[in-house]
Design a protein around this ligand. Structure first.
Ligand SMILES: Nc1ncnc2c1ncn2[C@@H]1O[C@H](COP(=O)(O)OP(=O)(O)OP(=O)(O)O)[C@@H](O)[C@H]1O
Ligand SMILES: [Mg+2]
Length: 300
């Protein structure tokens, strides 16, 4: 708890003078697809600058539809979405791309250039930036994701993990305030998952806002501070990640089960209570935390 207070104080300091404290404000957002299906119903959410948020929920809950409304790919049927002070209704996707970067659920669909370098330079070129600035941004973005040596490679020939990193680099080259990743870890191996979440984490530590949708609950508990749970187009829960994962009965409504380590922590807590031993009433989020709690419980 102490750590999260320190982090929130750091966040307060990073709010630019005169700027809104919110990166994203969503007011009464309802979204209906042209066929008539209403995928989001009366959503109200505020995300402060420099938050790291996980968005979870069953298949079809409305996660991708919500992200597309934030990035301006879809416009609200009712209500407003304000991204870094700009209403998406008054802005084009291209304008919003300098504020909010979006890595699609299937990043391969975002790859089309013959080399990694050209792929990453596409966005900055569209901004009509001077050549030396484009070069600098591309170098910086490729360095950020660890792909400098692959700059001449043909993107589709790279591994799945590296393909996702190319797309992340092309988003970072736009220098957005907010980055949104829709299931970036799907189909990635263990190393790929942690490399991608590590990139998102460093971006967050540098003062940016990160939203990640994933079905990997252990990644949500390890990396995010806040979790938003969607269910049938509505917000079922929204709070500190530890608090959200201490309500497995609520999560079950949207077919989510907490990570096994969290479940093991709950079992340990119950066993210690039954044995009338000391116990730590926190919900365990990581293997490290469970280890700490076991050591604490073993103390006489
Ligand atoms: N283009 C579309 N036209 C009509 N309905 C759609 C369209 N795209 C999505 N939907 C419907 O909207 C609902 C929400 O879809 P969405 O893709 O936002 O869910 P999701 O939470 O991202 O799911 P997943 O975990 O499978 O990616 C689903 O019922 C889906 O069938
Ligand atoms: Mg989706």
């Amino acid at each position: 708890m102490k750590e999260s207070r320190v982090k929130s104080e750091q966040r307060e300091r990073q709010v630019p003078a005169g700027g809104s404290e919110y990166a994203i404000e969503i007011n009464n957002l309802t979204f209906t697809y042209p066929g008539g299906f209403t995928a989001l119903k009366e959503i109200n959410l505020k995300v402060k600058r420099n938050e790291f948020v996980g968005i979870i929920g069953q298949n079809g809950a409305g996660k991708s539809t919500l992200l597309k409304n934030i990035t301006g790919l879809l416009k609200p049927t009712k209500g407003d979405v304000i991204v870094v002070g700009v209403n998406t209704k008054d802005s084009t996707v291209a304008d919003l791309a300098t504020r909010v970067g979006f890595v699609l659920q299937n990043p391969d669909r975002q790859l089309f250039a013959p080399t990694v370098e050209e792929e990453v330079s596409f966005g900055p070129k569209n901004l009509k930036l001077p050549a030396d600035e484009i070069k600098q941004r591309v170098q910086e973005a490729l360095g950020y994701v660890g792909l400098l040596e692959q700059k001449d490679a043909f993107p589709p020939a790279l591994s799945k993990g590296d393909r996702a990193k190319v797309v992340i680099a092309s988003v970072l080259a736009m220098r957005p305030e907010v980055i949104i990743l829709d299931e970036p870890t799907t189909g990635q191996d263990f190393r790929g998952c942690h490399q991608i979440m590590g990139i998102a984490s460093r971006f967050h530590e540098a003062g940016h806002t990160v939203l990640v949708v994933t079905h990997h609950m252990a990644l949500v508990t390890e990396y995010t501070q806040r979790t938003i749970v969607l269910c049938n187009g509505t917000v079922l829960m929204d709070g500190e990640t530890r608090e959200v994962f201490s309500h497995p009965e609520m999560l079950r409504q949207t077919f989510i089960v907490p990570p096994q380590i969290t479940q093991a922590g709950t079992d340990l807590k119950e066993a210690l209570m039954a044995a009338r031993r000391g116990w730590t009433p926190r919900t365990v989020l990581t293997v490290k935390e469970l280890g700490e709690d076991i050591v604490a419980a073993m103390k006489p």
